[in-house]
Design a protein around this ligand. Structure first.
Ligand code: GDP
Length: 540
C-alpha cells in the first residue's frame, strides 16, 4: 500500500473505487526455487521506473541485500513493500505483487496467498521446464480458477528448445501455450524475440549485469530476416506451426484457465520483462466482485470489506505482535476505520494499520480493492476472517485447508505444562500454523501435527516453547499418503491395517493416513468399497 494515494485524487465515492479497482493488477509469481523469482520481482520493479539501478540478486546469500535495497527504495521513492506484497505503479496501473514464500519448503501460507490474487505468473527455468513446486502451485491456480501467464526465463543461457517447453505445458498440465513472443536463436545464443502479435523483432541487448533498464530495439520482419537469416525463418516457422495447430491467441481461454500466454526472456538481463508488465496491464484481470459465502458477489463499490489471508507473529522481535494481512475486496480502506470481524462480530480498530517489513513500518492511509493491508496488534484476527464496515454484513468463504504431507505426534516436553500445551495447540490450529489431528486411539493428550511443508513444524515448535511456555517433543510419523475417509463407519477397517490409521482434523474431516501408496492399494484390494477421496485443496 502506498502511504500516499497513487496518482490521481481518489475519494471515497463509488465511482472512484471502481476506477481504482480497474487499474489494479494483483498477482503472484509461482515458481520452483531458483527459477529466478527474486530476480524477476526486482526486474519488474526496475521496469516500472521504481528504481534506476537494481541491486544485483545473485543467489540466496544476497537476499538480505535485496531486502535492504527495497527498504531504501521505499523511503526514497514512496513505493511500498510488505513481507506480503510489493506495490508499485506502472504507467497508470497499480501493480500489487504478492509474495509467495520462496524457500524450498512448502507451507500452507504459500497456498493461501493464491486466494488473494487475481492472476499468476508461472516462471519456468528454460533448462528445467515444469518443476515439482511449480506443478503444485499451478494445481492450486487451476483449482481456484486463477489465470496464468507463463514466463520462460534464463533464455540467455543454454536450455531446452522452445517447442519442447511448450509441448510440456500441454502434455503435463493440459494447458495450451499461446506464445506472444518467440525466441530467435537457440537458448544461450539469443538474438532476440519475435513479437507474435505484430511480427516484428525485438533485439536482445543484454544490459551489464542487469543493472540498467534496457529500451526495446525493434526491427520489422524484413530487416530481421536480412540480419538473422535462418534463425529468423525458423522462429517464424515455429510460431506459424503453433498458431496453425492451436488457433492462435484467445484472451477468453486465458481467463478460463485452459490456455496460457507464453513469453520468453531473461530476468537477470531485464529482457522480456517490459513485455510481461505490458501484458499484465492489457490482459491480466483487475479485481472483480468477490462472492460471499452465499455466492453473492460483493460489488467493488460496496462498503469496505477484506479477508485475512495470512497471519504472521513476531515479525518485530521487540514487539512480538501479530500482523494480519488482508486483501481489500470492496470499498476504500482508510486508516483509523473501525471494522467488524465477521467471525466474532467484534469491532477491530485499524488505528495501527501499517505496512510492515521486518522492523520497518510505515502507515497505510488508503487502500482499494486488490491492495493488501497489514494490520498490526491483530491477535484477534485469524486466517480466513472477513472484515467489513457498514451494511449489509458480509462474510467471504473461509480459506481451504490443504492435503498435509508431513505428520508428527506432539507431546509436552514438560508434563507439568499440560495446560499451556493444550492452549498452544488450540491456538496454532486456529491460526492455521499447523493442522491438528486426533483420534480416540491416541487420546487428546497426544495430538498429531500435520503440515503441508516440514518448516511448519519448526514454526510450531518455536511458538510452543517461546510463546506458550510449553516446549514440545515432535516424533515424526511415517505417513506419506493421505485421503479423506468418506464413511466414518469404515474407520476400523483402516485402523486395522498395519500401515494405516484414521485421524480426525479440527474441522471434523476424517483423514486416512497410509505409510505409502502400496499400503493403501493393498487395503483397497481387500476392501474395494472403502470410501477414500483425494484431498487436494479442499474448499476451493
Ligand atoms: P528464486 O529462488 O526463484 O528467487 O531465484 P533467484 O532470483 O534467486 O535466481 C536464482 C539464480 O538464477 C540466481 O543466481 C540468478 O542470478 C539466476 N537467474 C535469474 N534469472 C536469470 C536469467 O534470466 N538468466 C540467468 N542466466 N540466470 C538467471
Amino acid at each position: 500500500m502506498s502511504a500516499k494515494p497513487v496518482a490521481g485524487t481518489a475519494t471515497a465515492d463509488g465511482a472512484d473505487v471502481a476506477a481504482e479497482a480497474r487499474r489494479r493488477r494483483s498477482f503472484a509469481v509461482i515458481s520452483h526455487p531458483d527459477a529466478g523469482k527474486s530476480t524477476l520481482t526486482e526486474a519488474l520493479a526496475l521496469h516500472a521506473h521504481v528504481i534506476n539501478e537494481a541491486g544485483a540478486v545473485h543467489g540466496k546469500g544476497d537476499r538480505a541485500g535485496v531486502v535492504s535495497d527495497w527498504l531504501s527504495m521505499e523511503q526514497d521513492r514512496g513505493i511500498s513493500i510488505t513481507s506480503a506484497a510489493l506495490q508499485f505503479t506502472y504507467g497508470d496501473t497499480v501493480i500489487n505483487l504478492l509474495d509467495t514464500p520462496g524457500h524450498a519448503d512448502f507451507s500452507e501460507d504459500t497456498y493461501r496467498v493464491l486466494s488473494a490474487v487475481d492472476s499468476a505468473v508461472m516462471l519456468l527455468d528454460s533448462a528445467k521446464g515444469l518443476e515439482p513446486q511449480t506443478l503444485k502451485l499451478f494445481d492450486v491456480c487451476r483449482h481456484r480458477g486463477i489465470p496464468v501467464i507463463t514466463f520462460i526465463n534464463k533464455w540467455d543461457r543454454p536450455g531446452r528448445e522452445a517447442l519442447q517447453l511448450c509441448d510440456e505445458l500441454t502434455e503435463r498440465i493440459g494447458l495450451q501455450p499461446m506464445p506472444l513472443t518467440w525466441p530467435v536463436g537457440i537458448s544461450g545464443h539469443l538474438k532476440g524475440v519475435l513479437d507474435v502479435t505484430d511480427g516484428s523483432f525485438v533485439r536482445y541487448a543484454p544490459t551489464a549485469g542487469g543493472a540498467r533498464r534496457a529500451e526495446d530495439e525493434r526491427l520489422d520482419a524484413d530487416a530481421a530476416g536480412a540480419e538473422y537469416g535462418e534463425e529468423w525463418d525458423r522462429a517464424v516457422e515455429e510460431t506459424e506451426l503453433l498458431t496453425a495447430s492451436d488457433g492462435g491467441f484467445d484472451a477468453a481461454r486465458f481467463r478460463d484457465g485452459s490456455a496460457t500466454p507464453v513469453l520468453f526472456g531473461a530476468a537477470v538481463r531485464n529482457f522480456g520483462v517490459k513485455h510481461l508488465l505490458d501484458l499484465l496491464v492489457s490482459l491480466a484481470p483487475a479485481p472483480e466482485p468477490r462472492p460471499d459465502v452465499d455466492g453473492n458477489p460483493r460489488p467493488l463499490d460496496a462498503d469496505f470489506s477484506a479477508f485475512v489471508f495470512k497471519v504472521q507473529t513476531g515479525m518485530d522481535r521487540a514487539h512480538r505482535d501479530q500482523v494480519a494481512f488482508a486483501r481489500v475486496c470492496s470499498g476504500v480502506f482508510e486508516r483509523g476505520m473501525v471494522v467488524t470481524n465477521a467471525t466474532t462480530k467484534k469491532p477491530f480498530a485499524t488505528k495501527y494499520a501499517h505496512q510492515v517489513f521486518g522492523s520497518q513500518r510505515s502507515t497505510v492511509e488508503t487502500a482499494y480493492p486488490g491492495d493488501v493491508i497489514g494490520l498490526v496488534n491483530a491477535s484477534a484476527l485469524r486466517v480466513g476472517d472477513t472484515l467489513y464496515t457498514g451494511k449489509p454484513a458480509v462474510r467471504f468463504p473461509g480459506l481451504p485447508s490443504f492435503a498435509p504431507a508431513h505428520f508428527a505426534v506432539a507431546r509436552p516436553a514438560d508434563l507439568s505444562k499440560a495446560k499451556q500445551f493444550r492452549k498452544g495447540v488450540d491456538q496454532l490450529a486456529s491460526e492455521g500454523v499447523i493442522q491438528v489431528l486426533t483420534s480416540d486411539l491416541r487420546g487428546d493428550a497426544t495430538p498429531v501435527f500435520a503440515a503441508v511443508g516440514p518448516m511448519q513444524f519448526e514454526v510450531a515448535e518455536h511458538r510452543m516453547a517461546h510463546e506458550f511456555n510449553a516446549p514440545v517433543r515432535l516424533d515424526r510419523l511415517p505417513y506419506s499418503t493421505v485421503r479423506r475417509l468418506g464413511d466414518p463407519a469404515q474407520r476400523a477397517l483402516v485402523d486395522s491395517g498395519r500401515n494405516s490409521e484414521v485421524l480426525t482434523r479440527t474441522d471434523g474431516a476424517d483423514l486416512a493416513l497410509f505409510t505409502d501408496d502400496m499400503s493403501m492399494r493393498i487395503l483397497l484390494r481387500t476392501h474395494p468399497d472403502l470410501s477414500l477421496e483425494p484431498l487436494v485443496a479442499e474448499g476451493t
